[in-house]
Design a protein around this ligand. Structure first.
Ligand SMILES: [Zn+2]
Length: 140
């Protein structure tokens, strides 16, 4: 069974792979820096409602905003270095560079999670490893 922290990491990794780094950065500003949803919305081209919605998803997965903050503090520097596996095409379509499929942007995360589960898993484990190392370095 996967832990709730792993669920959050996987959620963020899939967003990055899908090219939605603005959402991950918005969540970092919300949880780590305590920015208001309206400021974040303007900065990342989202609506206040979307910012609250994404934050709510994280809290539901991990249990509290405090836990989310603790995890994201370590996870964000690692996860934001992951390169996307999508290329924007015209309009609302993206190309998955892993398999060449061209898909509507609405379903790209689902596509990555299902068709490229192995890639997501590899990033998940390397992310967990790097987080463990940075925590170990801090406590030395
Ligand atoms: Zn693909």
């Amino acid at each position: 069974m996967r832990s709730s922290a792993e669920d959050v990491l996987e959620y963020l990794i899939v967003k990055i792979l899908a090219g939605k780094d603005n959402i991950v950065n918005a969540l970092a500003d919300y949880f780590i820096y305590g920015e208001s949803p309206s400021v974040i919305a303007l900065k990342y081209g989202l609506s206040k409602h979307q910012v609250r919605g994404y934050a709510q998803r994280i809290v539901e997965k991990i249990g509290s905003a405090t836990k989310a903050k603790a995890l994201l503090k370590y996870a964000i520097p690692v996860i934001t270095k992951i390169r996307p596996v999508t290329k924007k095409l015209n309009g609302s379509f993206v190309k998955c560079v892993l398999c060449g499929d061209e898909l509507p942007i609405q379903i790209i995360e689902d596509h990555i999670r299902k068709k490229h589960a192995v890639v997501v898993e590899e990033y998940l484990y390397s992310t967990i490893d790097l987080i463990r190392r940075s925590i170990a370095m801090e406590s030395n």
